[in-house]
Design a protein. Structure first.
Length: 472
């Protein structure tokens, strides 16, 4: 079988079939771009040699695939080759680790599934350097079980794989605590069947505790967003203890190889960045395998409410690039809130820097929002929008629907959680934006007098970025 035959077989697999293959491999929420023609061609090239080798031992099945275009054999051979190829070629160090530690494989696959095609480089660095630990601790109450499977971690970031066997009559809540019983900042990731927690760390941990609180099921717990009134919330606080069943603790003691002082290196920088909107000083960087933290001292003398750095990144002497670590695309930026005067911003970039020689911090542009533009105020009682510099006006209010006229297309609002004058958040149920620049927001209720739409970005508000060599 020559290259032509191999590519003829692959040509018989259309985009839909390729997506089915991906689904067979349990890669959910895959980016549409992943199966476009350009990417598919790259996959074909990477599969070429492996398919040829596989075909030597599976000529009969390959021939059946060629004749029938889509048969069961595709998932058996091509799918297996595909996942092997993607793992080896895109994440070679991860593939090496998976062979040695099967239980870590589960966490790796879940993280990859959660962020298809935007794999966390810091996570991969930890796997490559064997900064992981098998746990396998389970606690039970009746038919409910919680198991901590494994962790991948250093002093900056921790990923925890855990499983839950649920009882339909019991609700539960999870929190994580450090050695001093202080809560850890964590985000629940994955899905119902493949769970993991992602935790930001600013300390060396010797152990941590997973605390699971169990509650009897009650309709009050199932209300979300705008369904929760002030009366409900007060009732919730009063009755929550009444529905509590018990708490379960999982204490995890960590290997010294995962958490020790040598894992994070601190470098003093003290470099000034020239900018038209603020005095910015790079004070230091803290580098670990998972994250590189850049400490920026921003002196805000221009009444700024927010600042962001487009494509903030570090570049080392070998032209390796370490982008800002975020669930967003690397082409978006993290938005930082500012107070007047001095502000310390800690920008988190992907880790793994091994050489600081000629290390540079680079940003394409700096964007900002001034305090006077921080919110768009909608006066529901008087049916108007407070005067603003962005030209946003009210078109209509009807029952639980607000329609704004937004003449400038360069404005980005927080569309999903809007502050009310009652101090609570109003969560949008429907958002619609038409070509006439009419932005419609539908809520479950509008039991308030004013709404405050947060302005996240004004695209015209930007100045030149920077390219600063950190060490001489």
């Amino acid at each position: 079988m020559d290259d032509k035959d191999i590519f003829n077989i692959l040509d018989n697999i259309n985009d839909n079939d390729l997506e089915c293959l991906m689904n067979d491999l349990y890669i959910e929420n895959i980016n549409e771009d992943f199966v476009n023609n350009e990417i598919k061609e790259k996959i074909k090239k990477k599969l070429n040699i492996k398919i040829e080798n596989e075909s030597r031992n599976n000529k009969k099945t390959i021939n059946n695939i060629k004749k029938n275009r889509w048969v069961k054999g595709v998932s058996g051979i091509v799918a297996a080759i595909l996942i092997f190829s993607l793992t080896i070629n895109f994440f070679p160090s991860v593939a090496y680790a998976l062979e040695k530690v099967p239980i870590i494989n589960k966490l790796v696959q879940i993280v990859k599934m959660d962020k298809p095609y935007k794999y966390d480089k810091g996570f991969e660095n930890l796997i490559e350097n064997e900064k992981y630990q098998e746990i396998n601790k389970t606690v039970k109450y009746g038919n409910t079980e919680f198991t901590v499977n494994a962790i991948v971690a250093d002093n900056s970031k921790m990923w925890i794989s855990y499983d839950v066997k649920e009882d339909p009559n019991i609700l539960w809540n999870i929190e994580f605590y450090n050695t001093n019983n202080e809560p850890l900042n964590w985000i629940d990731k994955g899905n119902r069947d493949k769970r993991y927690a992602e935790i930001d760390l600013n300390e060396k941990l010797e152990d941590f505790k997973m605390v699971i609180t169990l509650f009897k099921d009650n309709e009050l717990f199932h209300k979300v967003g705008n369904e929760i009134t002030k009366e409900d919330f007060s009732k919730y606080l009063e009755e929550i203890e009444k529905y509590k069943i018990t708490s379960l603790d999982v204490l995890v003691e960590l290997d010294e190889s995962i958490f020790n002082d040598s894992l994070t290196k601190e470098y003093k920088v003290e470099k000034n960045i020239s900018s038209d909107i603020a005095n910015i000083k790079i004070e230091k960087i803290e580098a670990s395998l998972s994250r590189t933290k850049v400490y920026l001292n921003v002196e805000n003398n221009n009444n700024l409410a927010k600042i962001s750095f487009k494509n903030l990144r570090l570049m080392d002497n070998d032209n390796n690039i370490y982008f800002e670590a975020s669930d967003k695309s690397i082409f978006d930026e993290v938005i930082y809130n500012l107070e007047n005067g001095k502000n310390i911003i800690v920008a988190e970039l992907y880790g793994g820097i091994s050489n600081i020689e000629n290390l540079k911090l680079i940003c394409d542009k700096i964007s900002y929002v001034k305090n006077e533009d921080k919110y768009i105020t909608v006066d529901l009682a008087n049916k108007l929008v407070k005067d603003n510099n962005l030209g946003i006006t009210l078109k209509n209010i009807e029952e639980n629907t607000v329609v704004l006229n937004v003449p400038k297309s360069n404005v980005v609002l927080n569309d999903h959680s809007i502050l009310s004058d009652n101090g609570d958040m109003k969560f949008t149920k429907v958002i619609s934006k038409n070509p006439e620049n009419e932005w419609l927001y539908e809520f479950d209720n509008l039991s308030c007098d004013k709404l405050y739409f947060e302005v996240l970005e004004i695209k015209d508000n930007n100045v030149d970025g920077f390219d600063v060599k950190l060490f001489e």
